[in-house]
Structure formats: structure tokens, C-alpha cells
Design a protein around this ligand. Sequence first.
Ligand SMILES: [Zn+2]
Length: 410
Amino acid sequence: MEVRRTVPVKLDVDSNDAALLEETVDTFLWCAQYVTDHAFKGEYVTTSKTTLDDKTYDDVREATDGFNGGLVQAARNKAAEACKSVVAKWKQGKKASKPHFTSPHVVYDHRTATFHDDYVSLATTDGRIEADYVLPDENSDTPHAEYFFSDEYETTGAELHYSNGNWMLHIHCKMEVESDTSEQATPEKSTVLGVDLGVNNLAVTSTGTFWTGNEFDHWRREYENRRGDLQEHGTRWAHENMQAVGRKEEGRFKLMMHRISNELVAEARNHGCSVIVFEDLTDIRERTGASWGHKWAFNRLYEYVEYKAEKCGIDVAQVDPTNTSRRCSQCGFTHPDNREGEAFECLKCGYENHADYNASKNVGLRYLRRNQTGDDGGAPLGVRLNSGIVNVNGEYESPATASGQNGSPR
Ligand SMILES: [Zn+2]
């Protein structure tokens, strides 16, 4: 399986090179428009790259005074794809008109760009230029570091964009990960890690590992206080400092979510899980009393887990959260009175456990039930618990080797 990512990187461009890049953008867009205009000339819109190439390449090269051949072809591809999507819309009975290329950009590939560790060389209307990457200071734990500086990823091309006074390179990377399309899924390959998100505990897994919200709450109060102090000053200096506090706060919480996401993915790997399941986050504030800050953090956490898990060949999914905190994960009985704060006690079967842990098991079970209606050849499925696996029928299998280092009873 292939994982693809796009990493935006700012370029350090001096004024001479900027002028060249502007000219390159203009020429690229002109080429794409020329080919598109040609495609729309006849009775039918031409969408074949070969035909468009045959009909326009020489004219375009001549009109542009020998614009880089690779860039001419990239512009032609851009035009052909835009024309194709117009035709596709028409076929669906939707309205669409001839594409116009106005957003300033250039599409690069390995013939027209060379990606070095800290700079890029780009073809322009007049030979090549070199531009350094401007990278964030703490690139140790950002997506930049994850993809771009990873030897496992290879760059496949890039788009140069100009926006808000900055030259940005959107670099495309790809990586091969172990395929999990083997015909016969092994039991390990279809084991699910359920995750419950909340305020008191930011995350709890069906394996019984808890990530408490204490540190998160501590830092939220801390930043609130700092902002409060600054607000009292009301000066411009204070206003600017408040923005700096906001940036620091965001940075700290992002780092925290990176750390938790790493640990969640490790938890899934250590327990041989092939899927990490979260509840749908849309209405999480209403359900859990979470603040906007929590919701922001949960969204980051989900994103980080998603891209980190993908690299290990682990899927990430969301399920409908209805009643996951009120349902008994042992017998299925659902009642609001089953739960009292952090304590869960089933009114029907008497099952007792931490409410968030019970919920995390329900999240995993819901995924299993949803996917059992499919026809995946009856591969054994289960939710991974700290002391074994429970399958969709509620049957419990104890593991061959007890892991149980996480300390929460079943
Ligand atoms: Zn019960």
C-alpha cells in the first residue's frame, strides 16, 4: 500500500529569483490556458493528453520562446485534467464552464525540480534557480519532520504557489507500507483498539490504558491566567503578548497531542490491533461537556493518530457515539442510570467498571458490529482488552500470553 502526503514548505526567494518565478507562473498559466482553449475549440472537448500534446506542443514552445519542455507538458496535463473534470460534470447533468487558470502556481516533477535536503532547484523561464527551505524551528515533531526528513518517504513532485506574499512549495511525498491486503486476515490483523475521549480522561483505550486530563487542565488554567494578567494592561504591548501566549499555548497542546497519539499508536501495535476506533467527534462538546479547547485538541489527536497509524498499516475509523457511555459492554443493556460519574454499574447484569473504560469497549464493539454485516470471509474479529479479546457476540477469549500491564480490571 502506498501512503501519500503533501508537505507545505516556505521558500526563501530573493527579488531577482522572485521576478523569474513570477514570469514562470505567468507562462505556466498561459500554457495551461492555451491548451484548454484549444481543447474547447472543436465540436467536442478534447481531453486526450496525447492529442492535446500533438496539437499544441510546438505552438506553445514557439509562442513562449522555448519554455521548459517539462513545464509545458505539466501545463498540458493540468489543462487536460481540468477539461476532463468539466466533461465528467456534464455527464452527471451538472453545469460547468471552460476552466480559467488564475491561481498562481506551477506544477513540478523530477524533470523540472530537484529536491535537496535543505533547498530545491526549480526550472524557470530562464534556467534554474535554487531556493532554501524556511522550516519551523521545532521541526522535531511536526508533519514536516515526519514526512519530509524521513528517509522512508520519497518526493514525487511539487506545486509552487504564491500566496500572501510568500512562495510556498507543496511537496508531494510517498512511502510504501506493508500491505494488509493478504487474502486470509490473521486474528491479529482484525483486532480493534477502541478509544473513548473525554474531559477527565482525555483518552481511554479498550486495553485499559488511561491518559488523564490533569496536565491539559493545568496548562489551560496557566494560559488563562497569563492572558488575564495581560488583559488588565490593555496596552498594545500586552495585546501582542497575548497573541504570543496564544501561539505558545497552541504549540504546547499540539506537542501534547503528538505525544498521546504516538502512545496510542504504540498501544495498538503492542496489542496487535489492525484498527483504532474513535467515536465521531462532531458533537463531542454536547455529549461530554468538553470546551472548545478540548474539541480542538481531540481533532488534532485524531488527525495525528490517523497519519501515524497509517504508516504502520493500521486503519483508523470513527463510529456513531450514541449511547457508548450508557451501554453495558458485557450484556448490551443500555440505560442512563447505568452510569454515575466515572462509575459504571450495569443495572441488569451488575457489571462494574470505570465508565470511560466501558465506553472505550463499546466504541470498539460498535465498529465490529458495523463491519460484520460485510462479507470479509468470516475472519475472526475482536476488541482487544487488557486481558484478552471479546468478540462481537460478547464471548471472551483469554490470551495465550497475558499482557495485562496496564492495570485496569476487565
Ligand atoms: Zn450488563
